[in-house]
Design a protein around this ligand. Structure first.
Ligand code: DQA
Length: 147
């Protein structure tokens, strides 16, 4: 399966950024683990600190063969209606992931404006959230080929 893992602002700082909340590993290390866990699938990774670049990458999914999306939109989660609209363009399965437990943090993090455009959300499981999201995407694809 062709899966895009899309990370938003400040997630390029993982390992350096508030390690007590986000862990001490870089996302490159996490990607290595994900590729090792799902060796027969194509896991593509894109990170940007820029809303427009994220929207461009989402629009590309319409034509580049992406079959599933795992999206951690960082702080854009809480206010970007433009990313919500871009997610709504895509009919592939989409999972929203947050490393931290956003509902146990500051009030502004309790709202996700992008959730309505995703099939589900995983929050608070750290890097394992990405693994769980990919495992779910794979079983959705498997089910769709059974019929
Ligand atoms: C985050 C949670 C957001 O509130 C925050 O702005 C992030 C990371 C997470 O993965 O826990 O940048 O999406």
């Amino acid at each position: 399966m062709n899966i895009l893992i899309l990370n938003g602002p400040n997630l390029n700082m993982l390992g350096k950024r508030e390690p007590g909340i986000y862990g001490s590993e870089s996302f490159e290390q996490i990607m290595e683990e994900l590729r090792a866990a799902f060796p027969s699938h194509s896991l593509h990774y894109f990170q940007s600190n820029h809303e427009g670049a994220i929207i461009d990458r989402l629009q590309q999914c319409l034509t580049d063969g992406t079959q599933g999306l795992v999206a951690n939109m960082g702080a854009f989660t809480h206010y970007s209606y433009a990313i919500l609209d871009a997610l709504r363009l895509l009919s592939i399965p989409k999972v929203e992931v947050h490393l931290s437990h956003i509902f146990a943090r500051e009030a502004f993090r309790h709202t996700s404006v992008i959730s309505p455009a995703c099939d589900g959300m995983i929050s608070g499981l750290g890097k394992y959230g990405y693994q769980a999201a990919i495992a779910w995407l794979l079983q959705v694809q498997q089910k769709s080929t059974e019929h």
